[in-house]
Design a protein around this ligand. Structure first.
Ligand code: AMP
Ligand code: MG
Length: 550
């Protein structure tokens, strides 16, 4: 069959509608990934989707509509929670599963008594649904088991010659398939993470269970709540392994095996051809094997956007073995982690040895008290602030540089005059930056040395470092824990503790990064206002930092 390449304009959309009305298949862009569409109510057309994709017949399709009113005839009933979700997230990357009506063919729902429905926001997807005049069944436009396509050219590479047409809508904005939530059981259940996050769903629904298939492998013989989740999936041709380590550990791990300076046999035997790192942008300069990047470390949405294009790129580069950096599995990052695990057929390795955990949080959140609890549980806790005053940092060379920058008298007779230095260095931005340029690298060196010493004792290390990210120390950290509390709680604590006026205290709090800063970066958020039992919160955190206490 010759596949028509349709331009993303009015005539391309009209042609797509015509083909779909006649029972044909058209691959169309959506905001998540490209979808392979057919009339959802026409069993013969839907059967052809399964054939074109080589999709197992028990893997149901998602039905796409443009208005909530079109949902009614497809389902037994529309519960209030469904309407709340639609109100909050439609049109957008959320699919909702409900008991289906008799109108939905067996083949569309993969033989289940439920139907998955989504209302996309992509203007071209919406225009095509309207042009077709029927709801469209549309799974991702990949060959079954391969990564979903997020660009026109990747879509063609899967389906050219297998479908009537592909509509060109450029690159997809979200980049991973929709979030799938089931309302067909007693409690709303997240079956597949996506662009709408578990945190957002919980906010609207008040409750949400996360299906174990999201980050776990299905036990042999177990029934999948979402049949699609049981297959090896999203996989490039290479063998992928997810590596759980800090950026520095990840780089050392892969360089040690396959890097130019590797002393291991793989390099000597030239077994390094086709070995690639799939890593975040910041990590690429650290690895000395070819790397394909997948967004910045703390930007789940951009990782999601880049992931499938990166997997396709690895295919075209002829990758044989791919080692992928583990993302922070929160927010949209959970969807990235979920897809990566499936691309890796659940091969995940943890870098051996105790880990370094970054501890961050705004003033008054109770970070140090929380650190003290972790210390009681056996973690080696390093208060990095103490290095800003340590003699180790202010050695002779440091004093000389400070004298050159701020005057001989700041260290007359080799003794640092802290007050004089503060008066000269904290006056303006530029002086402060000059001071940091001299002291920060030395502080970081001291922290690193002390961390290595504690790790050598076999203990996991917690870096209590208010400027963890600014100092770049996060590249040592395998996990980051953020301790937070609502602003009024933090304000009260700061007022009690530091003897400031309310205006001063507020000014200090507002100068710090907002909650979203920590949400994007932390593997674990600890809210110390909740219940307030720090010892219990610390025990829970230690459990979640699996393998934390060695
Ligand atoms: P795709 O459109 O290729 O992203 O695949 C659709 C996904 O939605 C698959 O993982 C299916 O298993 C899931 N899905 C679709 N309909 C249902 C349903 N009725 N119950 C559970 N999961 C579903
Ligand atoms: Mg799919």
């Amino acid at each position: 069959m010759t596949t028509e390449q349709l331009a993303g304009n009015a005539s391309g959309i009209a042609r797509a509608g015509e083909i779909l009305r006649a029972g044909g298949l058209v691959a169309i862009p959506t905001e998540t990934v490209y979808g392979l569409a057919a009339n959802a109510l026409d069993s013969d057309a839907v059967r052809r989707i399964y054939a074109a994709k080589d999709r197992p017949a028990d893997n149901p399709l998602i039905v796409h509509i443009t208005e909530i009113i079109q949902w009614l005839p497809l389902v037994e009933s529309l519960p209030e929670e469904a309407l709340r979700l639609a109100e909050a997230f439609w049109p957008g990357p959320l699919t909702v599963i409900l008991k289906k009506s008799g109108l939905v063919p067996e083949i569309t729902s993969g033989g289940l008594d439920t139907v998955a429905v989504r209302c996309p926001s992509h203007p071209m997807a919406r225009a095509v649904i309207e042009a077709a005049g029927v709801p469209l069944a549309a799974p991702s436009a990949n060959l079954s088991g391969r990564p979903s396509p997020t660009s026109f050219s990747d879509t063609l590479s899967h389906l050219d010659g297998r479908v009537e047409a592909v509509l060109d809508g450029g690159d997809c904005a979200v980049g991973v398939e929709s979030t799938v939530v089931s309302l067909a059981g007693d409690c709303p259940r997240l079956l597949r993470p996506g662009g709408v996050t578990a945190e957002q769903l919980r906010q609207v629904l008040g409750r949400l269970e996360i299906d174990s298939a999201v980050t776990g492998m299905l036990a042999p013989g177990a029934r999948a709540a979402s049949p699609g989740m049981k297959y090896k999936h999203y996989a490039p041709k290479a063998e992928v392994t997810v590596v759980d380590g800090s950026p520095e550990e990840f780089a050392a791990w892969i360089n040690g095996r396959y890097g130019h300076k590797s002393t291991e046999t793989a390099y000597a035997k030239k077994e390094t051809a086709g070995v690639f790192a799939l890593c975040f942008e910041e990590t690429a300069p650290l690895v000395d094997v070819p790397a394909v990047t997948c967004g910045p470390r703390y930007h789940g949405a951009r990782q999601a956007q880049a992931l499938f294009a990166a997997l396709h790129q690895l295919d075209s580069l002829g990758a044989r073995l791919v080692y992928a950096q583990r993302p922070v599995p929160r927010g949209v990052g959970l969807a990235v982690y979920n897809r990566l695990l499936r691309a890796a057929a659940f091969r995940e390795e943890q870098v051996p040895g105790p880990m370094v955990i970054g501890l961050v949080g705004p003033s008054g959140a109770g970070k140090s008290a929380f650190g003290a609890e972790l210390s009681r549980l056996g973690f080696g806790v390093l208060d990095c602030d103490r290095f800003t005053r340590s003699a180790q940092v202010y050695d002779g060379a440091c004093l000389a540089e400070l004298q050159a920058a701020f005057g001989e008298d700041v260290a007359a007779a080799g003794v640092l005059d802290r007050q004089l230095l503060a008066a000269r260095a904290f006056g303006d931005q530029e002086s402060r930056a000059r001071l940091e340029a001299i002291t920060l690298p030395r502080i970081v060196r001291a922290v690193r040395a002390e961390t290595e010493r504690l790790l050598a004792e076999g203990r996991p290390v917690v870096l209590d470092a208010p400027t963890l990210f600014e100092a770049g120390l996060d590249s040592m950290c395998r996990r980051v824990v953020a301790v937070t509390a609502p602003e009024p709680v933090r304000l009260a604590r700061v007022l009690r503790r530091d003897g400031l006026t309310e205006a001063q205290a507020l000014q200090r709090l507002r100068a710090q990064p907002p909650l979203e800063f920590y949400q994007a970066r932390a593997d674990l958020l600890v809210d110390t206002a909740e219940g307030g039992d720090l010892a219990r919160l610390a025990r829970r955190a230690a459990r979640e930092l699996k393998g934390g206490v060695g």
